[in-house]
Design a protein. Sequence first.
Length: 287
Amino acid sequence: MAEIIQRDGTWTFDGDALRLVPGRDKNVGVLRKSLGELTIPLGALAGISFEHGKKSGRLRLRLRDGADPLLHATGGRLADASDPYQLTVDSDRYGVAEYFVDEIRNALLLDEVPATAVDRYLLPGPAVPLSVSAGDGTASFDGERVRLEWNWKTEEAKSAAGARTLALADIQAVEWQPSVGLENGHLRFTVRGAPTKAPPKYDPNSIELWGFKKDPLMALVAAAVQARLPHPSAPPSEDTPAQRLAPTGVDHDALLRRLRELGDLRKAGVLTEEEFTLAKQAILRDM
């Protein structure tokens, strides 16, 4: 077993997995503290490196592309203090850090772990339910639905319709973008059948972020949702009955027939109430 203990956190490797525990130092970001302990299977790693510095060094883990929903949702935009896969190392522990790197690299070689991308998430993402307040609203996720609620700072045109509830089945993509310079950040959900190019300030499916301390926590919501969406590299799965009945044109007679078919399938128990509602909404949008 290899272990390195620092104010920034503790990393332990037992040959099969890495255990990352964030430290209590003031420089540890709120996102890392909220994530808590992480367990990274060896098969999710693509590599590890150690960078020397005059006063301190830095250990960096590199995960295989597609292995972690947090990295996918944030797109490599996490700041160093928020990145759970970095560890600041004091200069008097450089020897320990180098030994730690050697142990992991040897294990990767012995297990013949490829550095290639994966087609399924190897980490589970943040636990649910969770709720985060930042910017102009609050985002909550229970594993099945996202709820967006607004505060007094929300643009009136966006808050006028009230709180939003998005079913997971209606969400096509999720993105977290930090505030950079004069550009505000956001947590944005792309909803099936309702694409928009509106700025997050006016988009009812987005929360606008202004660069405050809690902004990185919105990445937890993004990662939790991402972990439950189809993996972007996964092979296409067979359509559900509701998806097969989704409209493909604007022939109103055909759409009415599809509505009747949906009703019959629901009565027969082929469609669940949720599948029936989603397919019906898609047809009504086309009508």
